[in-house]
Design a protein around this ligand. Structure first.
Ligand SMILES: NC(=O)c1ccc[n+]([C@@H]2O[C@H](COP(=O)([O-])OP(=O)(O)OC[C@H]3O[C@@H](n4cnc5c(N)ncnc54)[C@H](OP(=O)(O)O)[C@@H]3O)[C@@H](O)[C@H]2O)c1
Length: 347
């Protein structure tokens, strides 16, 4: 018997059912079966549950879970790269919130077996999004100043930590009760709820402004972040937490709204990039970027594993939930106030 968390129809957390299956899935000759140890519970999973995630066109029922890490449990006849007992991971958009999954061997990332699976899981989407936006997209250099909107978020906190590790000056927006942990890390923090937040950010940005701004908050926040850039600065928009947090509409209207948010932003970005000056807008999506540059993902995740191993990076884990409480984990997102990451533990 094994369990998987299925979305029966798009909607609120009560559409999720943890279902028990009697037969384990069998791998084909080029596939591997994995016993999952830790899987995803991020804001994006809530978009998928609601049917407003424009990068996935799939109708329920399906298994939730953007990514996972686990241990190889069975291998197909042609697979030579992995053996039973190896620890692996993958980013699949759906399917991770299950005790077992079958994946093509060619897709899998090898994970050092001594790393903590819950910490590893935080790197696969959240950590790698931060790492690649900093190093591949904005190509930041030590000594530069960056703005991170939402520095207590899953991606935001990784951006803060990785930025500081790289020798950047980091300024971030959070709610005021999160100032202390961010200032302890070495970042400057501004309360995004205060009326003069933009003015405070402008002051902290100094004479030149920010070399790069990373914004997963969305829409009007993109405009504010763009306005705070240095003359050669780069805005990296990557998400839409603020407008999407309370959208509960189901498809097809929900999908339309999700699509419209992305489309209108793309139109805006191309306009901004044509404004006088050299400021630029460079969007990022991990799944598309990995599809286009698979070697970059494989290389970069090794850097992240090394940072974890040497404890230079300390993923902020808000809470782990067992798979049978996944509905509660989804509910937590509608309230906000999560510090770092929630992870589903299958152990
Ligand atoms: N492009 C990609 O490849 C990629 C990868 C991962 C995620 N994403 C997207 O990026 C977004 C963020 O993802 P996540 O996993 O980091 O979400 P998250 O963990 O929910 O973090 C979002 C953070 O934003 C903060 N926030 C909300 N409104 C804000 C505002 N007006 N100003 C400043 N901060 C604000 C929240 O703080 P409070 O809770 O205190 O309000 C929270 O800490 C989502 O839309 C997600 O779908 C994109």
């Amino acid at each position: 018997m094994y369990r998987r968390a299925i979305v029966t129809q798009f909607g609120q957390p009560d559409v999720i059912q943890v279902q028990e299956e009697n037969t384990l899935p069998a791998p084909d000759s080029d596939e591997v079966r994995i016993r999952i140890e830790a899987s995803s519970m991020v804001f994006t999973d809530t978009l998928i549950r609601r049917g407003i995630y424009p990068y996935l066109q799939k109708e329920p029922p399906f298994t939730l879970g953007y990514d996972f890490t686990g241990v190889v449990d069975a291998v197909g006849g042609d697979v030579t790269a992995f053996k039973v007992g190896d620890r692996v991971a993958d980013v699949t958009q759906i399917g991770g919130n299950a005790d077992y999954i079958v994946r093509p061997a060619a897709q899998l990332i090898r994970v050092p077996s001594h790393l903590n699976p819950v910490q590893v899981e935080t790197l696969l989407l959240s950590g790698m999004t931060a790492y690649q936006m900093l190093h591949r997209i904005a190509q930041v250099k030590p000594g530069q100043r960056i703005l991170v909107q939402g520095g207590m978020g899953a991606v935001g906190n990784m951006l803060v930590q990785l930025g500081l590790l790289h020798g950047l000056d980091v300024v971030t927006t959070v709610s005021a009760d999160n100032f202390a942990p961010l200032r302890t890390l070495g970042a400057e923090a501004v309360d995004y709820r205060t009326s003069d937040a933009v003015q405070q950010l402008r002051t902290l940005g100094g004479r030149d402004g920010y070399h790069a701004a990373f914004d997963g908050v969305g829409l009007s926040s993109f405009r504010r972040s763009f306005g705070l850039l240095a003359p050669e600065g780069t805005l990296v928009p990557y998400g839409f937490v603020a407008p999407a947090r309370n959208v509960t509409l189901k498809t097809p209207l929900g999908s339309l709204i999700g699509g419209a948010m992305f489309a209108s932003s793309s139109a805006l970005f191309s306009l901004w990039s044509r404004l006088p000056g050299n400021r630029s807008v460079k969007g990022y999506d991990l799944v598309s970027y990995r599809r286009e540059f698979p070697q970059a993902y494989t290389q970069d995740i090794q850097q992240m594993f090394a940072l974890l191993e040497t404890r230079q990076l300390n993923p902020l884990i808000h809470r782990t939930y067992p798979l049978h409480q996944i509905r509660q984990a989804h509910t937590a997102f509608s309230q906000g106030g999560i510090r770092g990451r929630i992870v589903i533990s299958h152990l």
